[in-house]
Design a protein. Structure first.
Length: 481
């Protein structure tokens, strides 16, 4: 039998009579001696052992808790004992949860002796009602926690200056340095300290110890993913929403998804990261608008969007989530394609090609078609036949023009563009990027030409093509210089 006792927040008055009896009646093990109630145990002459040394020996906290579990469970097979922890045994006590799981698995009886938890004393110290919303997170996992500014957040186990620094840095990703948080130490004891401080001062507090926690209050002027989702749903609200947003459909929004994506791509090319963060927000807005419309129509929700892409990423990255073996980037790409084929039931090259969206820009679609064909072995091994194909398509356009067959001219022009994409692929260039760069150079040269013409008090209109070509060559030479 294992008696699992909560020592409360630090005052002996918080101990129940049953807990005191269990502390005195059986061999006693404490997760840690660093707790105010331990002084009462000493006064009563209660003999105990602690696991504090385990913290010094282990590399990770998980190793400490698993070691405590193994020891307590093995001891309980030989004799009845008591295991005591700070606060309430079932609140932020990983070792207790591990012990309970082992007891259930191995058929060992146990009893919980509840006590006032640090959460109760925090609520009292902060004078807040948890019904308004409260999150409790572990400082040891603060880097993986996500913000929820609609609720207050209690961060426990801020037991050192180092942990306070970790918490400050993690919170600093979405809070300002001057945002107010609450420093709480020894809540529920005569030594209780409650201080409101700016975030940047957190790790400068001199009295941080094992009884320290931090409270981050709700913040109306901060936004997370779900508050953004609420804004979008408000825009679509039938009663109070925006007239324009309420009128939109999947079809009417198509152009904006494309436009916002291109604006994000432009920000990447310009290395303008302030603009990129804004443009990516605009792309996200389009995704959430489509998700909200999907929810209204009963077809899907944003949770379906997130679930499906999450499942897809986990399925296509077994080397990450299953950890079966280490892989190179090249092996990952091969595996990705194989898993994608299986996922989409691609049994042939034609299946694969039909799966490429027709809504890609023409050059990008052509490149994807060619890359997919190459994976099935339908491609040249060297570049010389590619050049020959380009030259052949030019000749066929000339022939079609001679014949005066407009439909054939258009067809042969498409063949030439397709061959040009093939050439760009063999050269390791993105055809869309290459063409855009050429367009940029054209605009730049035209701009320089206009500057030169203006200096000579001339303009485009009225000048012969031969004269304009002279200015073009000057602009081109200036660009190279």
């Amino acid at each position: 039998m294992i008696h699992i006792v909560g020592l409360g927040p630090g005052s002996v008055d918080a101990l129940t009579l049953g807990a005191i009896k269990a502390l005195k009646a059986y061999p006693l093990y404490l997760r840690t001696e660093k707790h105010p109630t331990v002084s009462y145990l000493k006064e009563e002459g209660i003999i105990y052992k602690t696991f504090d040394d385990n913290y010094m020996k282990a590399e990770k906290f998980e190793d400490v808790y698993e070691g405590i579990r193994d020891f307590i469970v093995n001891e309980a097979k030989e004799r009845e004992l008591t295991y005591a922890v700070p606060g309430h045994p079932l609140v932020a006590e990983k070792s207790v949860m591990l012990i309970i799981e082992a007891c259930k698995s191995e058929g060992i009886p146990y009893r919980i002796y509840p006590s006032i938890s640090f959460v109760d004393t925090m609520l009292e110290a902060l004078e807040i009602d948890p019904i308004t919303g409260l999150r409790i997170v572990d400082a040891l996992a603060i880097e993986v926690e996500k913000p929820d500014f609609s609720k207050g957040t209690i961060i426990t186990q801020v037991f050192s200056g180092y942990m306070a620094s970790r918490v400050k840095i993690a919170l600093g990703h979405y809070l300002e340095d001057e945002d107010e948080i609450v420093f709480v130490r020894a809540a529920g004891t005569p030594e209780e300290v409650v201080r409101r401080i700016p975030l940047f001062e957190l790790d400068r507090q001199k009295d941080i110890d094992d009884l320290t926690s931090v409270y981050v209050p709700p913040m109306a002027n901060r936004y997370d993913f779900y508050s953004f989702m609420n804004i979008v749903e408000r825009l679509r609200d039938k009663e109070d929403g925006c007239p324009w947003d309420k009128e939109q459909t999947h079809e009417s929004l198509k152009r904006y998804l494309i436009e916002e994506s291109y604006e994000a791509l432009e920000a990447i090319d310009l290395h303008d990261y302030d603009s990129l963060s804004e443009e990516l927000g605009d792309v996200m807005l389009q995704i959430l608008l489509h998700s909200t419309i999907g929810k209204e129509e009963g077809n899907f929700t944003v949770h379906d969007v997130i679930r499906r892409v999450s499942e897809k990423m986990i399925y296509r990255h077994p080397h990450v989530f299953s950890k079966d073996r280490e892989m190179t980037s090249e092996e990952v790409l091969v595996q990705w394609e194989e898993l994608k084929k299986k996922e989409k039931s691609e049994d042939s090259l034609s299946d694969a090609l039909k799966g490429i969206s027709k809504f890609y820009p023409g050059l990008s679609r052509a490149e994807k078609v060619q890359k997919k064909a190459r994976k099935y072995g339908f491609d040249w091994d060297e570049i010389s036949p590619v050049f020959a194909k380009v030259e052949e398509e030019i000749l066929e356009i000339r022939e079609a023009l001679t014949e005066g067959n407009e439909e054939k001219v258009h067809k042969e022009l498409g063949d030439l563009l397709f061959a040009a994409v093939n050439l760009s692929r063999f050269l390791g260039a993105d055809p869309e990027v290459s063409l855009n760069q050429t367009s940029d150079r054209f605009i730049s040269r035209i701009t320089k030409m206009e500057e030169l013409l203006l200096a000579d008090q001339l303009s485009f209109r009225g000048l012969s093509l031969e004269k304009l070509d002279e200015y073009w060559e000057i602009a081109k030479k200036d660009e190279k210089n």
